[in-house]
Design a protein around this ligand. Structure first.
Ligand code: DGY
Length: 323
């Protein structure tokens, strides 16, 4: 029997690519160039499985292509807001993601950004490199304490909870969270976490606000001008979720006018083409979507896609099926 034809949209860790090649008739993307909409349409017509990554847009106009051969989209990533899920469902396409395996590494990056923005890490690095540092002095680059400060989490899923553990047990931070329903009482007790009913209730109480909600239409510009104005002028915003959860223009204005103290960002509206306004801000620490970018995590993500494809083609229940 011939092996299923599988297309991988970008380079994956070599160990997983090798396994994919053993198991399936796999086409790799050896030059790692992002595919365009027409190339995805062609892929859907010629492969049994297409494996996009989180920055490959798959709107209805692409998924609705005629003469489709593809039956499963094995997404390399936990977020799937780049795939039109309603269109996938209507087209009987199975969609899978990679939950669980990137929790700790993404929470680590959220903590990294929190520390960078609080302690002006990126700014300090730029200063040293520029040759302009004039030496230690008592008032130079003073910043905000992290230990003992209050962290507010918007969304309280796996990654938010992992960040809360690091912040509370590592840095003695007080934890507030917003979530539609109360979290598991054991987790709440361990973190001494306090639930807020609304984002409006949480924002004015926090020294740091970290975003952990999914992207998509429901959360687009959840953090807008009005909500930024509810934050303390000394507070910092951390975003490792999705760029469009924050209104970029409003955030740039708030940072420029010092209505909030700083931001640590891993994701951007329209990334990698972020608003150039961010580049001029000393009080923004900017990372290039590194949340899950450790060797072990990216390998585990690939393994997870592989397990989903194997189950699907063996006619078994698909572990990480979202549609
Ligand atoms: C995901 O998996 O959704 C992450 O954004 C990748 O880092």
């Amino acid at each position: 029997m011939s092996k299923p034809k599988v297309l991988i949209s970008r380079r994956w860790p070599a160990a997983v690519e090798a396994k994919l090649q053993q198991l399936f008739d796999t086409t790799l993307n050896s030059d790692d160039r992002p595919l365009n909409a027409d190339e995805f349409r062609l892929a859907l017509q010629n492969y049994d499985a297409v494996c996009p990554s989180v920055c490959d847009a798959l709107p209805a106009e692409v998924l609705n292509v005629a003469n489709k051969r593809c039956r499963i989209l094995g997404n390399f990533g936990v977020g799937y807001n780049h795939i039109d899920i309603a269109a996938a469902r209507a087209q009987d396409l199975v969609v899978t993601n990679t939950p669980g395996v990137l929790t700790e590494s993404t929470a680590d990056i959220a903590m990294t950004l929190l520390l960078m923005t609080a302690r002006r890490g990126a700014e300090g690095d730029r200063l040293v490199r520029s040759g302009q540092w004039r030496g230690w002095c008592p008032t130079h680059m003073m910043s905000s304490d992290v230990t003992g400060a209050t962290l507010g989490l918007i969304g309280f899923g796996r990654i938010a909870q992992a960040m809360a553990r690091k912040a509370h047990h590592g840095f003695g931070m007080k934890i507030l969270y917003v979530k539609p329903s109360p979290a598991d009482p054991e987790i709440v007790a361990d973190l001494q976490a306090v639930r807020c009913e609304t984002v409006e209730e949480l924002l004015p109480q926090c020294d740091f606000v970290s975003l952990h909600c999914p992207g998509g239409a429901d959360t687009r510009h959840l953090i807008d001008e009005r909500r930024l104005n509810l934050m303390k002028p000394s507070a910092h915003l951390i975003n490792t979720a999705r760029g469009d959860v924050v209104d970029s223009k409003a955030l740039i204005r708030a940072l420029r006018e010092k209505r909030i103290a700083g931001a640590g960002l891993d994701v951007y509206e329209g990334e990698p083409h972020l608003d150039p306004g961010f580049l001029e801000l000393e009080n923004a620490a900017l990372l290039p979507h590194l949340g899950s970018a450790t060797i072990a995590t990216r390998t585990a993500m690939g393994e997870r896609v592989l397990a989903n494809l194997q189950a699907f083609f063996a006619g078994q229940a698909v572990p990480d099926r979202v549609v």
